[in-house]
Design a protein around this ligand. Structure first.
Ligand code: G4P
Length: 533
């Protein structure tokens, strides 16, 4: 038991989010270097042209330089066992980010200092705030000319709608970037050897030290002095409780490439975050230190390795300890199972795990039994975590295969990709499976669908965009509503999902109001807690 407590207390599980190119891969790589998980820089990400991160396993990611799927990295540092969940950097995959955040205890967002909160990432940040999880901000690329730090803080506050507290404050930027003032330890971390290709050495000095006066120009020294005073008098106080409830984001400045400020950030971050916290289930809060194992599925991915044509369900352990070979109870399947080939992943390197603890992420072989949101737990103490809500898609297309002889592959491909949660599929009542309506949050998801059907299932498709933008689930029980009797405008479409739920597709909010006004008692929901796709 003492071991269980010690192991779980050492766990820190967080997601890392950013706009593409803000420096997420570079910062992750530095973390791995400190933890000794990799030996040299450049192992995570190759050179520009052969650019691929260890975590980018899909061909399309390499081609476009974006991260489409999230992956998991585990390493040890300073007595902590750290699980990093990588997330797609593009807003079109914000639903995937949302699911990943369900498995994380906190999030680190990386922002480019010259750009601030970028349009594409806004949605991702909002998704973060929706979960109320602690958000830590790393303002990267301070070795380049940056925007005014006050302005950046204000922007974060405005965009996120939560407070921002600068834990450290930059002294200059670009060639003049001399270091940061740590407001909690009240010391300056100055660095020398500014060169984008080399790492820098850091020296700690108290404000007022002669050495600091010597290291800074007169103007820089004075500016720093004014900034310290100004910051002390304005803005939020540092309140760890507010941080832990997602109401205040601690902000750090640094440069991942030159390795400046990254390790101090990691150290502070680890002390400010918590080990796994209790989670709500149908039997009340489940304590992570409880001896009974429980976990939920937050991600399913097929064909990670083309040679194996496999499907892996990623689970976040919420309580107790996982032991290989032990029976577990699959709540949604209603039976005892063994988790086959449990593995931890370092991107494409997988290793079989014999045991894992609350806070850890494991991937298990999925023979097609799991859906996103499913719970597995110890048969002796059954509980179910609530499902992961499905976002209402905003773009719709009718999709069918070019070659009608490929029907089987088409059905398999679209169904599997939908089960992974990468797209949502619907059907017009009365039509067969040779044609589906695909709903997505972002247009890139259509491209991923097309690409994957071609490469993994050898199916070419025809995609016809539909003019709908809003989807609503009919909340009334099916027996109380005959879809044929619904009064709808001619540009509203009735579809059903694969659990048989009826939905309506609308081209404008006006049509939604029209439907509600003309159908007494009709109830519409914006999202479904149902995890079956
Ligand atoms: P991402 O995962 O968020 O997409 O970003 P990534 O780490 O791949 O970084 C994007 C680019 O920004 C890379 O340059 C990287 O070297 C650079 N970068 C990251 N952190 C810093 C920093 O602190 N300062 C500066 N100046 N640049 C930084 P690239 O030219 O696209 O790739 P490469 O040629 O460096 O491999």
């Amino acid at each position: 038991m003492a071991d269980l407590r010690k192991e779980i207390e050492a766990r820190r599980t967080f997601a890392i989010i950013s706009h593409p190119d803000a420096g997420k891969t570079t910062i992750t790589e530095k973390f791995l270097l400190y933890g000794g998980a990799i030996q040299e820089a450049g192992m995570v990400k190759g050179k520009k042209n052969s650019r691929h991160a260890v975590s980018d396993w899909m061909e399309i990611e390499k081609q476009r330089g974006i991260s489409v799927t999230s992956s998991v990295l585990q390493f040890h540092y300073d007595g902590y066992c750290i699980n990093i969940l990588d997330t797609p950097g593009h807003q079109d995959f914000s639903e995937d980010t949302y699911r990943t955040l369900m498995a994380a205890d906190s999030a680190v967002m990386v922002i480019d200092a010259s750009k601030g909160v970028e349009a594409q990432t806004r949605k991702l940040f909002k998704v973060c705030v929706m979960r109320d999880i602690p958000i830590f901000t790393f303002i990267n690329k301070m070795d380049r000319e940056s925007r005014d730090p006050y302005e950046l803080l204000e922007e974060i506050e405005n965009e996120l709608g939560i407070g921002a507290y600068a834990v450290n404050w930059p002294i200059g930027s670009g060639r003049e970037f001399k270091g940061v003032y740590d407001r909690i330890d009240e010391e300056v971390i100055a660095f020398e050897g500014l060169d984008a290709r080399h790492e820098v050495t850091a020296t700690r000095m108290r404000f007022g030290d002669d050495a600091l006066r010597a290291a800074l120009s007169e103007i820089q020294y004075q500016t720093l002095s004014d900034d310290i005073e100004l910051l002390a008098g304005a803005g939020d106080d540092f309140d760890l409780d507010a941080v832990r409830h997602g109401r205040l984001s601690p902000v750090f400045f640094g440069s991942a490439l030159t390795n400046f400020g990254v390790e101090p950030f990691l150290k502070k971050f680890l002390t400010m975050t918590t080990s796994p916290l209790p989670r709500q289930s149908d039997i009340g809060l489940v304590d992570p230190f409880d001896a009974h194992f429980s976990a939920f599925v937050f991600k399913i991915q097929a064909n990670m390795n083309k040679a194996h044509r496999d499907r892996i369900a990623f689970m976040r352990i919420c309580s107790g300890k996982f032991e290989r070979g032990r029976d577990v109870w699959h709540v949604q399947g209603g039976k005892k199972i063994q988790l086959a080939q449990p593995q931890q992943l370092m991107a494409q390197d997988r290793s079989i795990v014999d045991e894992a603890y609350a806070g850890d992420i494991i991937g298990v072989f999925d023979p097609g039994i799991f859906s996103i949101g499913d719970t597995v737990c110890s048969p002796e103490r059954r509980c179910a975590y609530s499902g992961i809500p499905t976002f209402a898609p905003e773009l719709f297309a009718r999709v069918r295969q070019k070659d009608t002889l490929k029907r089987k592959q088409f059905v398999k491909g679209t169904t599997q990709i939908a089960q992974e949660g990468a797209i949502q599929i619907f059907q017009e009542p009365g039509t067969g499976m040779e044609e589906v309506i695909v709903g997505v949050v972002g247009v890139l998801q259509f491209e991923v669908l097309e690409y994957r059907l071609r490469n993994e299932y050898k199916v070419e498709i025809i995609r016809e965009m539909l003019p709908y933008e809003h989807l609503r689930w009919i909340a009334n029980p099916p027996e109380s509503y005959d879809p044929k009797s619904l009064k709808l405008t001619s540009d509203t479409k009735i579809v059903q999902d694969f659990s048989g739920n009826l939905l309506l597709l609308f081209s404008s909010p006006w049509n939604i109001s029209w439907a509600l006004d003309h159908n007494d008692g009709l109830e519409l929901r914006e999202f479904s807690e149902n995890t079956d796709h």
